[in-house]
Design a protein around this ligand. Sequence first.
Ligand SMILES: C=C(O[C@@H]1C=C(C(=O)O)C=C[C@H]1O)C(=O)O
Length: 402
Amino acid sequence: MPSLHVRTERAEPGRLLEHAEPRWPLAIRRGADGIVGRGVAMRLEFRGPSRFTDAADAWRDVARDAVVDDAVAVPGTGLVAFGAFAFDDASAATSVLIVPKLVVGRRGDDEWVTWIGDEGRLHPTAVEEVRVELTDGAIDAERYRAVVTEATERIRAGEAEKIVVARDRVGQLPPDGDVRSVAVGLVQRYPDAVTYAVDGLVGASPETLIAAHRGHFFSRVLAGTAARGATPSRDAEIAEALASGDKDLREHRFAADSAMAVLRELAPDARASEPFPLRLPNLWHLATDITGTLGDRSTLDVLALLHPTAAVGGTPREASLALIRELEGVDRGRYAGPVGWIDGDGGGEWVIALRGAEIAADGGIRAFAGAGIVAGSDPEAELAETGVKLRPITDALADPLP
Ligand SMILES: C=C(O[C@@H]1C=C(C(=O)O)C=C[C@H]1O)C(=O)O
């Protein structure tokens, strides 16, 4: 493989997303911060059960051979790749690492541009609005209720303790639709979430699988969900009920324990917070934050062990994955897989591809949302919960720039 020549310099890129390709933006944003890419200097593809370790090995080679001149040296400068990985080992979807030709970024007061290969000129273009309505996909409301009922029966029969089952909604992007508008809409509405746009996958995720820089990591596990209340007092009651409710705490424990078991193996000093209610614009989640030190391990090596946590798979892992395949009966693609970026040291930030959709080459759009099913889950409540989880991407597609 030819070695990459990478140069980062200070710049004032203005609105980051204006530098991305309209139909195929590359972006990882949190509020005003983030990185946006354009063009492809290198594209690596992976498949199957070894996709994460293959990616980790390939990326180590790329990073070792790259010639990097980085005048800014903050997370997101120098050599970076955007990545998106399939949820299931057996998925037909490819997993990718993409090094753009141009990256523009901002982190607090630092702003930069990175050229990979030839240096050119910045030519931002105004974002145009695209509007798409989603309709029933392969798993409509009726089928989803049946899937949840079946999942609770399988749990009662002892086949698993928790299974996260999802449903889908579909749509069609008009030719040349500007996908950047969807990302802009998500950044504006969900400033605390990570808005991602990578190889057709777009959404705003509240769940950080692993973020690592200079050996220190952060991971946030979400499981247990309630819609926001209409009044402040009702809203507070809902948060209180979520944090003390037996079903939600059990559902949460499976997810937090699955992440902690892996992270403690990798980082003996890993520490988990107590579960706490996390407020998002559209809902409450129960959250556990985990921190610790990873040493010089690549975040891709961590993903190989951490994905899928029981927040998006279930408990036990293999049994729940088999049940998801059987009960959903559709390929999740990259939904609920890791999406994010990685730098030359293996640091970076990977979130779970939730609250989003995948846009295929032909413009076909498929959005997924799921819910954790445990003993005692109610199909109607889980249907409503997935409706709330679909709202960010549904709204951003229907009315991106309100
Ligand atoms: C599966 C999704 O979300 C996950 C499931 C949750 C739950 O069951 O309470 C909460 C957060 C996420 O970990 C989704 O958004 O599609």
